[in-house]
Design a protein around this ligand. Structure first.
Ligand code: ADP
Ligand code: ADP
Length: 225
């Protein structure tokens, strides 16, 4: 479904990604793990068009997208949840979700997405009229994920969804990511929390200082903690 070919991405003259080759197959959960500063977020931002590669290609279903703008890429069905659970604290839960609805033109589609989301996260249905900023950290992450799956993306990119959350909430969110994948959405999961990510992923890539150093089935990358 998605392929990075010999991708090199820079911030000014600092090279953040070095010759990245990576594939994500339809239906997979692929995780990218590695230490802080390895280049994981940059990889995700390179896919969604925020930091285009200087050289190399990003192909979505064989079609080059690395020259496209982020808003064109999202319209292809590639949706992202950036690091830090970006929600609008002064807008209600419902208004935050409405912002994700621009990808749908039909009211029925929007209503189906909302049903689906409230089924995944019943707590958000309860908090529908509350301001986003009054939600707990875990609930805000659930809202950020929900906004990203409005419009039913084909590929969901998640940047460290577990960051700063309690283990029980992480478990809950990862179970739901697995459920969303089971319902037909391909997932690319960037995580520092390697073992947790590898438990739900099919395949994993390990990144160190801008390079991919290992690619393997997720279970073979799991370590005993
Ligand atoms: P990770 O997500 O694995 O923590 P990042 O992709 O955020 O890593 O960062 C990769 C490298 O790029 C790091 O050395 C980081 O300091 C650098 N970097 C990230 N964002 C910027 C930026 N906006 N300007 C300059 N350097 C950056
Ligand atoms: P369709 O758009 O084909 O009518 P449905 O709403 O009937 O889709 O849902 C089909 C399947 O996809 C169900 O398993 C449902 O739970 C799941 N699904 C529905 N909406 C979404 C969404 N926004 N993101 C991911 N999966 C979804």
């Amino acid at each position: 479904m998605l392929e990075l070919r010999n991708v090199n991405t820079y911030y000014g003259n600092i090279q953040a990604l070095r010759d990245i080759n990576l594939t994500i197959g339809e239906g997979e959960i692929v995780t990218l793990i590695g230490a802080n500063g390895a280049g994981k977020s940059t990889t995700l931002m390179t896919i969604c068009g925020a930091t285009p590669p200087r050289t190399g290609e990003v192909l979505f279903e064989g079609k080059p997208i690395h020259t496209m703008k982020p808003n064109e890429i999202v319209r292809l069905g590639i949706s992202q949840v950036p690091e830090g659970r970006l929600i609008f604290p002064d807008l209600t839960v419902q208004e935050n979700l409405d912002l994700g609805a621009f990808l749908r033109s039909d009211k029925e589609g929007i209503a189906r997405d909302l049903d689906y989301i409230f089924d995944l996260f019943p707590i958000l249905a309860q908090r529908r009229r509350q301001a986003g900023g009054t939600l707990s950290g875990g609930e805000q992450q659930m809202l950020a994920i929900s906004r990203a799956i409005m419009g039913r993306p084909r590929l969901l990119l998640l940047d460290e969804p577990s960051l700063g959350l309690a283990p029980i909430i992480i478990q809950q969110i990862f179970n739901i990511i697995q459920k969303i994948n089971g319902d037909g959405t391909t997932v690319f999961l960037v995580e520092q929390n390697a073992n947790q990510a590898l438990k739900i992923a099919h395949r994993g890539y390990v990144m160190e200082t801008g390079r991919i150093t290992l690619e393997a089935p997720a279970e073979s990358l799991l370590t005993n903690e």
